[in-house]
Write a protein that binds this ligand. Structure first.
Ligand code: HEC
Length: 270
């Protein structure tokens, strides 16, 4: 995407917002649909994808290595289609890993970057995209239009799926909320935002396959770990540890719910 396209996007977003303000009755979901329609030839997440690709191919860290030998599940260096099969069990770590925890493994083992350094600020700040988030955007982009095919075969995969499924309906916290409190009913909203019903196949597929996503309201591309982190906040739960077993188990449950759909991200959100 070139600079004039970017200017076009910014203008279109500004116009769409002011148009909606005047029209009054245009809902947020209609506005988002308009944005998508108008900028369908380019999503600002494209820039993050490029940044991620550059990071992937650039030698760095104490070992001065690239990530080009990183095994995302389909063999060392295979990026194409890898995201559509994650999370999965990895023999070397003996763990079920989602994309971000696997990137963490590759960055620590191949490049020698200390884990604490990467996880100190895993989510982008208001102004700066984090490296791990850009890397994730690059990897997911290589699964665009690939059918989601997350397997639950290995005993550890089965365990992660079951834990994720139970967590989804587990009520706790000051308001006694579960994920399912907000995400198990169709056609409901909170403050104009449509809430996907993850027990509905179509809803689950379109929600999961649209993340990571560029958030228009924040001007940054957000990863799936970020999405979960933000929903822990919605749930009034304590902040989860980045790439923890709990967040990977939830991701496993949600990813399996999306099986059969073509991966459509990186997405574009309000
Ligand atoms: C109090 C209500 C509430 C709870 C509880 C909640 N969420 Fe959410 N969730 C939301 C809202 C609101 C959005 C839309 C946010 C936005 O657009 O900014 C959302 C969006 C999402 C999305 C992205 C959907 C899309 O189509 O983009 C996912 C995935 C998600 N939630 C998963 C979860 C999980 C997993 C849990 C439990 C850990 C959870 N949520 C708990 C309110 C909630």
């Amino acid at each position: 995407m070139n600079t004039s396209n970017v200017k076009k996007i910014i203008l279109v977003l500004a116009l769409a917002t002011s148009y909606a303000a005047v029209a009054g009755e245009v809902s947020d979901s209609d506005k988002i649909a308009q944005y998508r329609e108008m900028i369908s030839d380019g999503n600002p997440a494209d820039f993050d994808e490029m940044r991620g690709e550059e990071l992937w191919k650039t030698a760095s860290g104490p070992k001065n290595a690239t990530l080009q030998q990183c095994d995302l599940g389909k063999g060392a260096g295979v990026v194409k289609g890898a995201y559509a099969e994650l999370p999965r069990y990895f023999k070397d770590t003996q763990k079920v890993q989602d994309l971000e925890s696997r990137l963490l493994t590759c960055m620590t083992t191949l490049q020698g970057i200390p884990e604490e350094e990467i996880t100190a600020r895993p989510f982008s700040s208001d102004t700066k995209q984090s490296d791990i988030s850009s890397l994730a955007t690059y990897v997911v982009g290589q699964s665009k239009n690939v059918k989601m095919n997350v397997l639950v075969k290995n005993p550890k995969e089965k365990e992660a799926y079951e834990i994720g499924k139970r967590m989804f309906s587990y009520r706790a916290g000051p308001y006694d909320f579960a994920c399912s409190t907000c995400h198990a009913t169709s056609h409901v909203r909170i403050r104009m935002q449509d809430l996907p019903n993850f027990f509905d196949k179509k809803d689950a597929q379109s929600a999961y396959t649209s993340w990571p996503a560029y958030r228009v309201s924040q001007g940054l591309t957000r990863s799936f770990q970020w999405r979960l982190n933000d929903c822990y906040r919605q749930q009034r739960f304590p902040e989860p540890k980045f790439a923890s077993e709990a967040t990977i188990a939830l991701t496993m449950f949600l990813a399996v719910s999306a099986n059969g759909a073509d991966y459509a991200g990186p997405g574009l959100k309000r």
